[in-house]
Design a protein. Sequence first.
Lengths: 323, 437
Amino acid sequence: MSVATHEATPAATKPPARKSKPEIRPGLSRWLPYALVAPAVLMELVIHIIPMLVGIWMSFVKLTKFFIANWSAAPSAGINNYKVALDFDNAVGEGLLKSFGVTLIFSLVTVALSWVLGMAAAVALQPTFRGRSLVRTLFLVPYALPAYAGILTWNFMLQRDTGAVNHVLTQLGADDKPFWLIGSNALFSLITVATWKLWTFAFLTLMAGLQSIPRDQYEAAAVDGAGNLRQWRNITLPALRPVNLVLVLVLFLWTFSDFNTPYVLFGTAQPPAGDLITFHIYNASFLTWNFGSGAAMSVLLLIFLMIVTGIYLFVTGRKTRRA
Amino acid sequence: MRLRSLVAAVAATALGVGLAACGGGDSGSDGGSGGDQTLTYWASNQGTSLDNDKQVLIPVLEQFTKDTGIKVNLEVIGWNDLQTRIQTAITSGQAPDVVNIGNTWAASLQATGAFLPFDNDAMTAIGGKDKFVPTALATGGKAGEDVTSVPLYGLAYGLYYNKAMFAAAGLQPPKTWEEMVTAAQKLTNPAKNQWGMALAAGSYTENVHFAFINGAQNKSEWFDAEGKPTFTSDGNVQGVLRYLDLMQKDKVANPSNAQYDNGTKSVNDFATKKVAMVINQNNADSSIVANGMKAGEYGVVPFPSPAGGEPVASHVAGINLSVFKNTKHKDSTLKFVKYMTDAQTQTTLGKPFASLPVLKDAKPVFTTDAAEAAIFQDIYNTKSKPLPLVPAEDQFESTVGKAMNSMFAKIATGGTVSADEVKAALKTAEDQVAAGS
């Protein structure tokens, strides 16, 4: 299965230089590279850096409804927005802390489930069999479906009186129709929907990773008497380590800052058990018209995610170097 | 030379992209000078659907263009998005010229300073303030300041009841809260999925109205004279609990109602005869009829207060019309506001949108049922109390409304909510409002 890729690299042949062409002036060649990256840098500035800086600035001003029509008139709030957000004895800070806890549970469970499902499916579809491409395609449906349509369908299915889920449960003999979108079940529903949406990405990535593991390693292991589980633990898992490192981090960052799922699933009636942090921040700024406070919470979220990412990369990087 | 021109082109494109991104703020609604003027108008959802709104409004707007030569670019926006859209418009400065607002937002929006105050000149230009019903005009902004919105459609809550169900059970339309609960209990049979009432218990905007009305029936205020929240007063706590008890203690509403995130769902249950009563604003008429119930099959009485309570049956509900201050066509927008609040237009729109007249001498046209029209007009004129006209009103709506959503959810999923818990929830809401102002 292993393909020697280097042979295919074409020899770097230069086209014969055309003498007739006028030479590029030295001054031009100096700024040409900058001119070529300029569009990318500009777009990066406009799309990412400037909004981020504006967000950070917003977190230090009192940007309430009295000032949104004229931002420049908004008075400085100092670190007051942060103080309110981090004062856990107060209603606002307490709400943020609770939401943070819910989000942490949600992210950890969703990432774990997505990874397990993705890995299981990728390994199961590794051997060739009839209809494999069909199954693979089917597995990719949640990823190909527009998020809005998919989540909205879940919303219909999880309705108490008219939903498919409760219908199936009643057919199976349950005599009580539980609520899925309000009360404590909401977190469970949220995790289910997010996992449904996310696991195919894990599956796709791991499947791609599996292609690069030489088949003969498995054959050799089988000759030596290693069972499937042993093969998976000693060959597949170590070979996929670099893939897994990136995959788990990306999945975590995505789920932690997921907005679409709670927004579409719950609408304006989001239950406390499904109060994810980005949605919480949205409510804190848009429903109460207090954008400074919302910006401060966003900056705190950014700092948290940066710390987590930093620690993660540091720890895993050290292990990789040691190995 | 070719390379050089390529580089120049790339550089120019890059520069152009940058400039276009920076300059986006200026190219908003340009009507162009000269005679060819176009106003942008954001309408709210008043009819049975966004499309229905368009069908109703477009002929009316065409007539305006015919009369004045001013074109109107219409966009109908659903209630879930309207407030956010207005916020974004205020923040970015890319606003329409004229917009419909829920009249309860008036004082909050006024505080942003983004809307044109109707001073004497502007008021005269739209036909003078004397043409409006005074209570309706009072919702236009904070007392003592020039209003930043004028009434467009008037609405009031009423208790709709199914005549046949009441007759079959030998019941009279309720006059007090207690009679309402007794009647609802008689008409409730969970085994047959028949319920006395439907509540939009998952809609924070509906919930907060009932928090307000039930509090007002207990002679309780939600804000003091300085605009500070007083959510946790005993009257408010008991008022909220009384409303929650319709599902909790009296059990006359289906627990599933906790998921009803807008009023249409509870009205549909009434129209399809799954429930005997529903409390809704008078624009429910168009939905009820659209769902197959005939005009004579239901009756309306004022939403009753408990024995000995204040006879408050509604807040002064309705839709107001506001003009963005930075409009480039002030005169044209005032002409448009005058046209929309003109007796003729009000009569044309009153029926399809099932609204009450906001003009002094106008007659309600939303129903052919004279008794119903008279009752709603009476509720609107004499039994309605305006929601607090303070800048923090919007925060009152979101915090108290969402607290009620959660309490209904708790009840629906088998929990109980005591008076102390209501008080704690309202205290949290109060803290949130205090932190936000």
